[in-house]
Design a protein around this ligand. Structure first.
Ligand SMILES: C[C@](O)(CO)[C@H](O)COP(=O)(O)OP(=O)(O)OC[C@H]1O[C@@H](n2ccc(N)nc2=O)[C@H](O)[C@@H]1O
Ligand SMILES: Nc1ncnc2c1ncn2[C@@H]1O[C@H](COP(=O)(O)OP(=O)(O)OP(=O)(O)O)[C@@H](O)[C@H]1O
Length: 311
């Protein structure tokens, strides 16, 4: 049986606005999500029966049914029974608990890979619906690129890709942030400011910080885009982790187009116009911070989600 090798890009949030609560206990969001070329590699091999075997050399990645990739395989077996088992090997490159949707990207790769392996012919929308049952970032990870995400994060509208932007990523290796903790803390601190009705939630969407960013993206006004980066979760995560706030401030001092924490963090990114400028900024931050625990990457915006590796 052939091996299916899939590339699973990470995402950064160019915008994350919290509108209010939903009946299902999640938050109503406005997000602009962007795929980047930092990716996990997922290999799928058919196994007999219905066994799911998970391999990953990264010590912090669970190998049991709590792994999102494992949960994606179980979901596919439930929806499409008697198609066989699968061996999943994850080559981890996306840092864990970083705000980059590492687990979500792996789960999205398993959905796409099993669709191909079992020759199901599912549409991207069908795969995204399956993904939404597992986690709010997974639908975007299936399709990737640049997208507006509403609802819990599963209602996606593709946007023109702001091509040729580069993101320098900075994350302390020893620091991860729990997404549930970030949202729970935000609700505790700012829940009284939430829009409570569907009308007021719609008003927030039409008048919030996403408006100028979406205008700049839709008009492909490259220079304007970085000016309108916005993330509500910074209000809890940067307060809890001052060393992450310091990274954001250092990027600003060194000079970049714009800087923001991605998702629930703690990764902070800074946008630059070229790989050379991004590489220089990475080196400058390395020297300025001088902490061996700080990991840095130079990444480029990419216009796709899960891709089958053909070579
Ligand atoms: C922070 C982001 O990564 C930004 O892209 C996403 O909003 C979170 O995506 P995710 O990690 O796939 O989130 P899920 O696994 O669906 O939910 C994890 C937890 O985050 C909180 N959560 C998530 C999404 C959302 N719209 N509202 C929430 O309050 C809930 O407490 C939930 O139990
Ligand atoms: N395939 C996976 N890769 C990494 N972490 C996983 C995976 N499956 C489950 N996890 C668990 O999920 C937790 C969050 O990891 P993940 O890297 O997805 O966070 P994240 O990038 O912040 O996600 P998001 O940006 O969607 O909030 C980890 O603590 C890990 O235990």
């Amino acid at each position: 049986m052939p091996t299916y090798t899939l590339i699973a890009p990470a995402k950064i949030n160019l915008l994350l606005e919290i509108i209010g609560d939903r009946p299902d206990g999640f938050h109503e969001l406005v997000m602009v999500l962007q795929s980047i070329d930092l990716a996990d590699i997922i290999e799928l091999k058919a196994l007999p029966g219905d066994q799911i075997q998970l391999n990953c050399s990264h010590p912090d990645v669970p190998l049991d049914s709590s792994n999102l990739a494992h949960r994606a395989a179980t979901l596919m077996q439930t929806q499409f029974p008697d198609r066989g088992g699968v061996e999943i090997t994850i080559q981890k490159h996306i840092p864990i608990g970083a705000g980059l949707a590492g687990g979500s990207a792996d789960a999205a790769a398993v959905l796409v890979g099993l669709d191909l392996m079992w020759n199901l012919g599912l549409t991207q929308a069908e795969l995204q619906t399956l993904g939404a049952a597992l986690g709010s970032d997974i639908p975007f990870c299936v399709s990737g690129g640049t997208a507006l995400a509403l609802g819990r994060g599963e209602h996606l509208t593709p946007l023109p890709d702001p091509h040729q932007l580069y993101a320098v990523l900075a994350k302390y290796r020893s620091l991860s942030v729990s997404t549930p903790w970030a949202y729970k803390t935000y609700r505790q601190k700012f829940g009284d400011t939430y829009a409570k009705t569907s009308e007021t939630q719609e008003q927030r969407r039409r008048s919030g910080p996403s408006v100028p960013l979406l205008t700049a993206i839709n008009h492909q006004d490259q220079e304007q885009i970085p000016k309108y980066l916005y993330n509500d979760l910074e209000r809890v995560v940067l307060l809890e982790h001052p060393q992450v706030l310091a990274l954001r401030e250092k990027f600003q001092q060194l000079g970049c187009l714009g800087t923001l924490m991605s998702g629930s963090g703690p990764t902070v990114f800074a946008l630059m116009n070229s790989r050379e400028e991004a590489q220089l900024l990475k080196t400058q931050l390395e020297v300025a911070v001088g902490d061996p625990d700080l990991d840095l990457w130079v990444t480029q915006f990419c216009c796709s989600g899960i891709q089958l590796q053909t070579t």
